[in-house]
Design a binder for this molecule. Structure first.
Ligand code: ADP
Ligand code: MG
Length: 328
């Protein structure tokens, strides 16, 4: 058995925007994800970061087979998700789960917490009623709640508790892969750390593979072994978390890191401020898509998209200035 759980090659997803989306009428295709290569090994936690609209959620949904690629391939446990038959897909669905950003809308207010946590067990025909009840109690304890909570309704819980319930529900079927799409962004800052701590704990305890989608770099630093930086649907940089934080090679990664509030005063003086908003993915700049916001862009950057260059062990950056010799 290969230790690769997810493998994306040239992964591309376009959406056709409806006329209502577009002031000038007509339909335009936008490339939400463009030519992404990604490998995630079993047990690994990979952080997917980038500004809003950079394609993070789309990559997550492609990895779960919830969307099919426009081009390229995405494999889960060596199975091409685009060509897998229904029975294979059903088997794979038992091995992957997602938790969402908003713990308020992701739970049904009219059903008890216990019923919702048990949902995956019922769908996949796992255990009888007694076994499910025991499993729900175990899961509630796992996420720091108590078994009595099973009979209550979501309204009885705070945002942080609801996210714990969402995590329990995702873990019910003992998945190998958990995609966490901005799982704490909707929570109070004071609760975010607790939920992240829970994810970190569960990950090591259960040996989960985690695709952690976030624009919060400190959360990614805390939780992830590797980091993949997306901009307008393209991978700008990827590498071991420690390495990327200590030695970011792409100007976009540098700018994101500069915006972190936890920087030391000395680091802050070297700040690279990211100006304005990203361009529309419907009309991306030629060449390097980041060049219009890049403080280091040169003429060549408008001509062709830079291929990723290796800048360290398992560390790559898609920038002509990324090699250590360039001195940026
Ligand atoms: P992120 O999660 O990084 O904020 P998304 O993956 O949600 O980014 O979106 C990437 C781009 O694709 C955005 O421009 C978004 O508007 C567009 N997009 C996402 N889903 C759809 C869809 N179903 N239809 C049309 N456009 C979409
Ligand atoms: Mg998103």
């Amino acid at each position: 058995m290969s230790d690769v759980l997810i493998e994306a090659r040239g992964l591309t997803k376009s959406f056709v925007q409806s006329a209502g989306f577009n002031l000038f009428g007509g339909r335009r295709a936008i490339r939400a994800v463009s030519d992404v290569d990604l490998v995630m090994r079993r047990g690994e936690a990979v952080g997917l970061i980038g500004e809003s609209g950079s394609g993070k959620s789309t990559v997550g949904r492609l990895a779960l087979g919830l969307l099919s690629p426009t081009a390229g391939v995405i494999r889960f446990a060596d199975v091409d998700l685009a060509t897998a038959d229904a029975a294979t897909m059903r088997g794979l669905r038992r091995r992957m789960q997602i938790i969402f950003q908003d713990p308020y809308s992701s739970l049904d207010p009219r059903r008890t917490v216990g019923d919702q946590i048990a949902e995956g067990l019922i769908i996949h025909g796992l255990g009888d009623a007694a076994a499910r009840k025991a499993r729900v109690a175990e899961l509630l304890a796992h996420v720091g709640l108590s078994p009595e909570h099973a009979s209550r309704y979501p309204a009885a819980f705070s945002g942080g508790q609801r996210q714990r319930i969402g995590i329990a529900r995702a873990l019910a079927i003992a998945p190998e892969l958990l995609v966490a799409d901005e799982p704490v962004s909707a929570l109070d800052v004071s609760v975010q750390a607790q939920v992240l701590e829970l994810l970190a704990h569960l990950r090591t305890e259960l040996g989960l593979s985690l695709l952690f989608i976030s624009h919060d770099l400190s959360a990614v630093r805390h939780l992830c072994d590797r980091i993949v930086v997306l901009y307008l649907g393209r991978v700008m940089e990827e590498g071991p978390t420690r390495e990327v934080f200590a030695n970011p090679r792409h100007p976009y990664t540098r700018a994101l890191l500069s915006a972190m509030p936890t920087l030391s005063r000395a680091d802050r003086r070297k700040r690279e401020i990211l100006k304005g908003d990203p361009p529309s993915p419907a009309d991306p700049p030629s060449g390097c898509v980041f060049r219009t916001r890049c403080a280091h862009a040169v003429e060549l950057c408008a001509k062709s998209a830079p291929p990723p260059v290796t800048v360290g062990p398992a560390h790559r950056a898609a920038c002509i200035l990324a090699s250590p010799a360039s001195g940026i």
